[in-house]
Design a protein around this ligand. Structure first.
Ligand SMILES: Cc1cc2nc3c(=O)[nH]c(=O)nc-3n(C[C@H](O)[C@H](O)[C@H](O)COP(=O)(O)OP(=O)(O)OC[C@H]3O[C@@H](n4cnc5c(N)ncnc54)[C@H](O)[C@@H]3O)c2cc1C
Length: 406
């Protein structure tokens, strides 16, 4: 513990480190259940960075339970079809998310920047007198002691310690708390990175009948096209060996685009471009005493299928329900189960699922085509893609069940 630090005591509250989507969702879910929460965020404000954009049906159920579904639906782009094309044959398969109508109240995906959702969660949190958020407050250590957790917090005014009954480490992939607790985060980097081109051109001009999520293949080359509320995202995968400066040159981008979309005579008008790399890692443990980890602090993977943030929001929902139950009834069962079950979800489902379309395109396309001819196989595939089978259910207030695991 740092010497000369101030100490604030509030023994029955939950401390949440990190005001990303996972930390805020957990905080709202706890506060809605009457549990006092203190959110500590190291930045001066919520990040506006463009990151995840896909909210799956299972997550829309959770956003509904968190009281933000109306503004999310109003702002987002509804996605009801997923299309697969080849340069040579045109549309080879199209899956209708309406096949999920018996599984969920939200049989569609929603595309919306995660940075449009976090302010809505922050507003919800502000509705509670027993919820507090501090920006510019970096958790640099978390210590289990005396039946609670003490967090060491560094801020502009110096350092202080704060006490809580539990601490949720939702402090992202580079989690300082995970590292301080000595929890391994093993895995490996992917051999490709992602180049994203954002354009406000209507891509139907190139591909009439385009669905709002479309994968286009030409041999082993492929491009993903994602419709956002105000633009299209064009996703191109490139070897990590290509330097970013090279990949961001207009002639390089156009050449890659034309490998799959030969009708593109020039680059579309670009409103943004970026490059990111990815790795797959799962933390060795989701818990250390009263410290529970959730979201990117315990799992990261590639962005195919857009599952990682969704999985983190599922963690948050499960954990908040379990924690509220433990605090209010003394029943620790769901809390004990959290660490084990969510770890298993990440290793047995999240990582294999986000990896399954990585690899041989010809085999993958053949599977896509055969599945399209079989509505039951298509429905089962969409259930998995929507993460409905691995989400904590049911979604009613206070509920965290192990139904999905049974
Ligand atoms: C370019 C890109 C595209 C992506 N696309 C997708 C997608 O399509 N679908 C998908 O599901 N996922 C996607 N992801 C992943 C998704 O963005 C993450 O899974 C998601 O942000 C995880 O949320 P989180 O709250 O766990 O962590 P973060 O969003 O990283 O939030 C962590 C928060 O904790 C704060 N913090 C960090 N350290 C501390 C500390 N010591 N003390 C206090 N606060 C701290 C940070 O400032 C931050 O606000 C993408 C990621 C990137 C980078």
């Amino acid at each position: 513990m740092h010497s000369g630090t101030r100490q604030t005591d509030m023994a029955n509250r939950v401390i949440v480190a990190g005001a990303g989507p996972v930390g805020l969702a957990a905080a709202v879910a706890l506060a809605d259940r009457g549990v006092p929460v203190l959110v500590l965020e190291k930045r001066g404000r919520l990040t506006a960075a463009s990151k995840a954009s896909t909210f799956h049906p299972s997550t829309l159920e959770i956003l509904d339970a968190l009281g933000v579904i109306a503004p999310v639906l109003a702002a987002g782009q509804r996605i009801d079809r997923i299309q697969y094309r080849t340069d040579a044959a045109g549309i080879i398969a199209e899956y209708d998310l309406g096949l999920l109508a018996n599984e969920t109240r939200y049989p569609f995906r929603l595309h919306l920047e995660q940075s449009r959702v976090t302010p809505l969660l922050l507003d919800r949190l502000a509705e509670h007198d027993h919820a507090e958020i501090r920006f510019g407050a970096e958790v640099v250590d978390a210590v289990n002691e005396d039946g609670g957790v003490t967090a060491v917090v560094a801020g502009p005014a110096g350092s202080e310690t704060v006490r809580g009954l539990y601490l949720i480490a939702a402090d992202g992939a580079r989690s300082a708390i995970r590292d301080r607790l000595g929890i391994a985060f093993d895995g490996s980097a992917y051999s490709t990175k992602v180049l994203r081109l954002m354009t406000d051109m209507d891509l139907e001009a190139w591909l009439p009948g385009l669905a709002p999520v479309t994968y286009v293949f030409n041999g082993e080359k492929s491009i993903s096209l994602l419709r956002m509320p105000d633009c299209w995202r064009i996703i191109i995968r490139l070897p990590v060996s290509v330097p970013d400066e090279e990949a961001l040159k207009p002639e390089w981008m156009l050449a890659r685009l034309r490998e799959v979309l030969p009708m593109a005579e020039r680059l579309p008008p670009l409103i943004n471009t970026d490059i990111y790399s990815a790795s797959k890692r799962v933390a060795a443990r989701y818990r250390d005493g009263g410290v529970f980890l959730a979201g990117d602090s315990v799992h990261v993977t590639n962005t195919r299928g857009g599952m990682n943030m969704n999985c983190g929001l599922h963690d948050a929902w499960y954990l908040a329900g379990a924690m509220a139950e433990a605090i209010q009834t003394g029943d620790l069962n769901a809390l004990d189960a959290y660490a084990e079950e969510r770890h298993r979800i990440a290793t047995d489902f999240l990582i294999p699922r986000t990896d399954r379309s990585v690899g041989d395109a010809t085999t993958w396309l053949e599977t896509v085509r055969m599945r399209a001819a079989d509505p039951e196989a298509t429905r089962a595939f969409l259930v998995e893609g929507a993460m409905l089978d691995i989400a904590p259910r049911p979604f009613g207030a206070g509920a965290t069940s192990r139904e999905a695991m049974q």
